[in-house]
Write a protein that binds this ligand. Structure first.
Ligand SMILES: [Zn+2]
Length: 461
């Protein structure tokens, strides 16, 4: 029995690990590599395993850096089941269809290059998705039983417990998936595990502390007050899934207090609109506050001034508004999508505000904004950045160092931990902290193999 790391080891995107037990192979996620000029080429490389030889996939959540190469896996011969929870299974089609459209557009632009995958590959992939309920053990392969637990990251995000058995040896692994912050709006907190022989853990913000949740909400209210005074627009590049719904939720929650009525709010993203509908269709995953507030929601959050801009014409119409518009649009890292048009129209105007609410990978426009570049390029055009840029770290979908340590500290007996899904400085900083907490912590690197039968790498009794 063996665990091998392929992707999201030493970096944040491209999550993919493989569990080999009793002659079978289970893939944990199969994500897209994102950000950086070489990402498209790296995504096209052959997998370091035979796709057809994979028996099943366990998918932690619907973000494209976790599920984005599943259609490629299918295109290259994978025919097995893709197991995930029901909410994730409802979100995956939205993300993968969008991903295929982007791939097809990219290929057209590059001429002659075959797209990474197309819509047919996605439809074939979706047929292989099987929903398994949260909190229930399920034998996925002989010798591999898993249970999905809440990860509190986006709707339908899970940490995966896996019990593996081979030749009389039994081990329990916990794969964190992406972990949310405690007290994230709408969602329940990450599940508190008590035991594991080995832990695989994300480390996106392993070297950072977010602002507290209440401070963050207050800060957002303050930004909106400043922006109203300055008289421009507010642009929020937001991931279609997660931050968009959270923002709408906060605007609804603080509707009176923040004078939200004075804004015209636009959710300018067909994907975010579709994802919002999935969110509101899974109230069983809500936390107590959201469950309470939902009583008055009747579907979407009660925002009378919210416009769902589905069509390109509805999106273009927003460009005519010079003030009073609060625009939530994708992509979340501003490396494509409708938000580029809004940034082009508003970045050069000092009275406008841009609010960055999520992680921005190196090489993306969002990262350039966070780094306060005086000038950026959008659609080949040079744009000066005169608008005020705010980085609202506290709204991140990822827990910070304190959250990650809190999650780990629930385990009894300091199980050994392998860190994935983080840039090296972040993973190394978290590893250092975990060692202070008594763990044997290792930053995983692509190609690293762990022999799970070897008791010296496992938790000591
Ligand atoms: Zn994620």
């Amino acid at each position: 029995m063996q665990l091998e790391f392929f992707g999201a080891a030493g970096e944040v995107t491209g999550s993919c690990h493989i569990l080999r037990v009793a002659g079978r192979q289970l893939l944990l996620d199969c994500g897209m590599i994102q950000g950086g000029a070489d990402a498209p080429a790296r995504n096209r490389l052959p997998f370091p395993f035979a796709a057809a030889a994979i028996d099943a996939v366990a998918l932690s959540h619907a973000h494209i850096d976790h599920c984005g190469r599943l259609p490629l896996l299918v295109k290259r011969g994978f025919r097995g089941p893709i197991y995930t929870n029901a909410a994730c299974a409802d979100l995956v089609p939205i993300l993968l269809r969008d991903s295929a459209s982007l791939a097809m557009r990219d290929a057209e632009r590059a001429e002659h290059t075959e797209p990474l995958y197309d819509l047919d590959d996605v439809e074939a992939t979706l047929k292989q998705v099987q929903a398994v309920p949260y909190d229930t053990q399920r034998e996925l392969l002989p010798g591999v039983t898993v249970r999905m637990r809440e990860a509190g990251h986006i709707l339908g995000s899970s940490s995966i417990e896996a019990w593996v058995t081979e030749a009389g040896i039994r081990r329990k692994l916990v794969f964190s998936g992406d972990l949310g912050q405690y007290d994230t709006p709408i969602l329940q907190d990450p599940w508190q595990f008590e035991s594991a022989d080995l832990v695989l853990m994300e480390s996106t913000y392993g070297n950072r502390r977010h602002r507290g949740r209440e401070d963050t909400e207050r800060e957002l209210g303050g930004i909106l007050a400043d922006a109203a005074r300055d008289g421009g627009n507010v642009i929020v590049p937001a991931f279609a899934i997660g931050r968009s719904q959270e923002l709408l939720y906060l605007l609804a929650k603080h509707y009176a207090e923040w004078h939200v009525a004075r804004w015209r709010i636009f959710l300018d993203s067909p994907m975010a609109i579709a994802a919002s509908r999935v969110y509101w269709a899974h109230p069983d995953r809500f936390d107590e506050e959201a469950t309470r507030l939902r009583a008055g929601f009747r579907g979407m959050p009660p925002l009378p001034n919210l416009t769902l801009a589905g069509t390109p014409d509805e999106s273009r119409a927003i460009n005519n508004l010079r003030s009073g518009a609060l625009i939530i649009a994708g992509s979340g890292m501003a490396n494509g999508g409708r938000v580029l048009h809004h940034l082009k129209h508003n970045l050069e105007r000092p009275e406008c505000h841009v609010v960055i609410v999520g992680f921005q990978a190196p090489g993306t426009l969002g990262r350039q904004l966070v780094d306060r570049q005086p000038e950026v390029r959008i659609h080949g055009q040079r744009i000066r950045c005169l608008a005020r840029i705010h980085t609202l770290g506290g709204l991140s979908a990822h827990g910070d160092q304190a959250d990650l340590l809190r999650w780990y500290d629930n385990f009894a007996g300091h199980p050994p931990v392998y860190l994935v899904h983080g840039e090296l400085p972040s993973s190394e900083a978290l590893a250092e902290k975990l060692r202070e907490h008594g763990a044997v912590a290792t930053v995983a690197r692509p190609g690293l193999k762990i022999d799970l039968a070897d008791s010296s790498v496992m938790a000591r009794d």
